[in-house]
Design a protein around this ligand. Structure first.
Ligand code: NAD
Length: 361
């Protein structure tokens, strides 16, 4: 298969971690007979330095013509970097918002996986974290409260603010379909999270999710109120497979879920549109404090590349090969500094990439 991938190395540790993800992709491509072609584009500070803007139209066109986009991270030290003296629409992060919009990425996926080998990083008690957990939060990214009409007015000398939460059934249906499709590739369980005891938007959410579920009789559906879900994430995280939820609830719950894994350098993410196209990136930022020192953990980016193979190319066997190699490296006792524990061997970014490549082959 031919894989046409646009890469955004970006800033800080971005180029280092993207280099390792490319190595892992090349290794699976060689093993299973695929042809991977990369086209790099500039975004964030790297683009500001060359073009004066965080994302050019040409870069967007290149991304649009690819099958998928793999990104490192963008941004610099927000207190010292000159990029943050620029107006907000010219700062590095504006590039990320612009590309998400240009590519119509409405579904955000964030897996939260606790590997048994990293259990000590989990802030939960051992009897709760047990042998690990593996869930995926599917968050609607372009609707709801963050995109509704908002205003602040003054009435009779009293300031009053208004934010509106709107969803139409099409917005709900398209994310629900994504959620069920992805559950089919996993343990076939969807937990749809809402606040249907209070909000009309949640009642519509629940009704539409139930309609979509009829097309997926092999996937188990349960509904959970968001307040209960927040508790269950720290009480019994292993119960979850795919958590399907709207924008604001997903924003909060995905951060909570990442937190309970305890290791930011391990967390992949993806943003998808209504085709197979997606933008894949680690959940962490550009870590300017460790950039250029070969200290970054490349695993979140390598796992993002694995998500790309699974969700944009339907190459599940190849994705399994990467996921398996990551697990094996951890089992073999290798750790970057951020996940280091006693008795393990500390390695840098490049060596971690090499060790994963060896296990893919
Ligand atoms: P950060 O995620 O970059 O770093 C937080 C801490 O985690 C730092 O101590 C860093 O060294 C460490 N860390 C992060 N990733 C790591 C990795 N792979 N391996 C080892 N350690 C790692 O968050 P921040 O410091 O708040 O932000 C730095 C810059 O990144 C800012 O400019 C911010 O706007 C940007 N940012 C970008 C994205 C993105 O590109 N999607 C996301 C978040 C933050």
């Amino acid at each position: 298969m031919k894989l046409n991938i646009t890469c955004i190395p970006g800033d800080g540790i971005g180029p280092e971690i993207i280099a390792e993800a490319k190595k892992a992709l090349d290794a699976v491509a060689e093993k299973y007979g695929h042809d991977v072609q990369y086209t790099d584009i500039l975004m964030g500070g790297a683009s500001i330095d060359v073009h004066g803007v965080p994302l050019t139209d040409e870069a967007v066109e290149t991304a649009k013509s690819a099958d998928a986009v793999l990104m490192g991270s963008i941004g610099g030290d927000t207190t010292t970097s000159p990029w943050y003296k620029l107006p907000p629409n010219l700062r590095p992060e504006a590039g990320l918002l612009a590309i998400r919009k240009a590519l119509n990425l409405f579904a955000n996926l964030r897996p939260a996986v606790l590997y048994g080998e990293l259990a000590q990083a989990c802030p939960l008690k051992q009897e709760i974290s047990g042998n690990g957990f593996d869930m995926l939060i599917m968050r609607e990214l372009t609707g709801g409260l963050y995109f509704g009409e908002r205003k602040t007015v003054e009435e009779n000398g009293v300031r009053k603010a208004l934010d509106t939460l709107t969803y139409d059934e099409n917005e709900i249906r398209r994310i629900a379909v994504k959620g069920f499709d992805i559950a089919r590739k996993r343990r076939k369980k969807v937990t749809s999270v809402d606040k249907a005891n209070v909000l009309d938007s949640s009642r519509l959410w629940r009704a539409v999710v139930e309609e979509v579920a009829k097309d997926y009789p092999d996937v188990m559906l349960e509904h959970m109120l968001v307040d209960n879900c927040a508790m269950q994430l720290v009480k019994d995280p292993a119960q979850f497979d795919v958590i399907l939820t709207e924008n604001m609830f997903g924003d909060i719950l995905s951060d909570e879920a990442s937190m309970v894994t305890g290791s930011i350098g391990m967390l992949a993410s993806a943003s998808l549109n209504d085709t197979k196209f997606g933008l894949y990136e680690p959940s962490h930022g550009s870590a300017p404090d460790i950039a250029g020192k070969d200290l970054a953990n490349p695993i979140a980016t390598i796992l993002s590349a694995s998500m790309m193979l699974r969700y944009s190319f339907d190459l599940d066997r190849e994705a399994d090969a990467i996921d398996g190699a990551v697990k094996q490296v951890l089992q073999d006792g290798y750790r970057t500094g951020d996940i280091m524990s006693e008795g393990c061997e500390k390695v840098g970014c490049k060596r971690m990439g090499d060790l994963i490549v060896e296990r893919i082959k």
